[in-house]
Design a protein around this ligand. Structure first.
Ligand code: PHE
Length: 457
């Protein structure tokens, strides 16, 4: 684990740009960006559907071969330029590539607008748990939470908190929040996993989650789904990691940070599954899980918690608080991508940029807060297709256009990691474009289907 060594006593770098106060602060902020609804909400569902333990092996391989190199690529661009996505891409690849930077900003904008709606649900569940439990029919309850005035209200509360933190800047806002919130999240999740192991359904739950099955892995949709999940979960393909790395000092060890962040993200996702499935199996609700990812977390789980009585309520509150915390630290990075770009491009103050953009994003979020179909469509377009396009563009820019990538990756690296740099550069140049290109092809086909389904009904 990273040591909290002091990197820079002042909050400003040489060019007047902010820098992280500590190395641990950067790592936790980046882990905070990665760990979010994607880990605790989508991962366990995708894994159990995709072949259990066999899927986990595939997923870890994808993280090692695609995720870590891509994260390193984003880190390198951010740290070299000390600029937000648009300016950074312009500097390393020229003006022709500026649309890629603009795509990152647009993706951050759109993803946050619906992400904050789902985050609002987690706030609502936490609060309702504290005030009186998740009463009534879980399906009906979910519907009342998920859309309409209530959904809008909690979405706005969540956006207000996010804006408030980002307005305070990198060190005093994002870093401080990560240093406080991430340890809380880890502790809650570990505690819950230990508790879940004692449940009568633990064995069935683990079996349902991890039962290895190779048949699914032969399905190309599982492979591309796993890759898409990895990008989303690691916050890649939309400049979030690039932006965070732009606040790093020149001598930080990018390799080690990329490995730490990626592995932490995977571990949290894995452990979340160790909580979710025993709870669901204890109540015999496995079959409901298959219906939808939303259903698994927001319908089956509250129902299960409620049925367990007093302890279930406490555990339920903790679980949804952990989800809300994860969502918040991810949302900070999403708003930071958009905010930092506008600060750099338009030269306005952070306070004005964060507030103005946050309000705009909150306003757009009213649409997914009114319609689950709209939310699903935005997730398919921005959260999947745009992310994959962004990841593809990043691989091309770093692999083929940016000068002296290897030098940038080697700077600050320990000798042990330095040896891997040529391999990483090879992956970014040749392997990433091919693999991401295949994923992109499937994403385009899938998006066309989704858009058709949305309009035909
Ligand atoms: N990684 C976050 C999650 O798993 C979502 C996210 C994606 C955040 C892209 C920032 C950028 O929930």
């Amino acid at each position: 684990m990273a040591q909290p060594t002091k990197m820079n006593p002042k909050s400003q770098g040489s060019g007047g740009r902010e820098v992280w106060g500590t190395r641990l602060g950067f790592v936790l902020a980046a882990v905070g960006s990665a760990v979010g609804l994607g880990n605790m909400w989508r991962f366990s569902y995708v894994a159990s559907e995709g072949g259990g333990a066999a899927f986990l092996i595939l997923y870890v391989a994808l993280i090692a071969l695609i995720g870590i190199p891509l994260m390193l690529a984003e880190f390198s661009v951010g740290r070299r330029t000390h600029l937000s996505p648009i300016g950074a891409i312009r500097q390393v690849a020229g003006s022709r590539w500026v649309p890629l930077g603009v795509l990152y900003v647009l993706t951050g904008f759109l993803v946050l607008s619906y992400y904050a709606v789902i985050a609002g649900w987690t706030l609502r569940y936490s609060l309702d748990g504290i005030l009186g439990g998740f009463a009534g029919d879980p399906g009906v309850y979910f519907e009342s939470v998920a859309t309409g005035w209530d959904a809008i209200a909690y979405h706005l509360v969540f956006m207000t908190i996010t804006i408030g933190i980002v307005m305070n800047g990198v060190q005093r806002g994002i870093e401080r929040a990560a240093l406080i919130l991430m340890p809380i999240l880890f502790l809650i999740l570990l505690g819950l996993a230990v508790w879940a192991a004692t449940l009568p359904g633990a064995r069935e739950g683990y079996a349902f989650y991890l039962q290895p099955s190779l048949a699914e892995l032969m399905d190309p949709a599982v492979l591309t789904g796993a890759a898409g999940q990895a990008f989303f979960s690691l916050s890649l393909g939309m400049g979030a990691m690039l932006t965070f790395a732009s606040y790093l000092s020149r001598d930080s060890d990018l390799n080690q940070e990329a490995v730490t962040v990626s592995l932490s993200d995977f571990l949290v996702a894995f452990i979340a599954g160790l909580v979710v499935f025993p709870v669901i199996a204890a109540l015999g609700l496995q079959d409901q899980v298959g219906e939808s990812a939303v259903g698994a977390l927001f319908i089956s789980l509250p129902g299960a918690f409620e049925a367990m009585g007093g302890i279930g309520r406490i555990v339920g509150i903790l679980f949804f608080v952990a989800l809300a915390v994860g969502a918040l630290t991810s949302a900070l990075s999403l708003l930071e991508v958009v905010t930092s770009s506008i600060i750099d491009e338009l030269r306005i103050s952070r306070r004005k940029a964060a507030l103005g953009l946050g309000v705009l994003i909150a306003a757009v979020g009213i649409i997914p807060a009114l319609s689950l179909d709209a939310l699903g469509l935005m997730d398919a377009i921005a959260g999947e297709l745009f992310l994959v396009i962004g990841a593809f563009g990043m691989a091309i820019v770093v692999g083929w256009v940016m000068p002296n990538v290897a030098g940038e990756m080697k700077r600050g690296a320990s000798p042990a990691f330095e040896r891997y740099v040529p391999g990483v550069v090879f992956l970014v140049r040749y392997v990433l474009p091919v693999v991401i290109g295949i994923v992109l092809w499937f994403s385009i086909l899938e998006t066309i289907e989704n858009v058709q389904a949305f309009f035909v009904g």
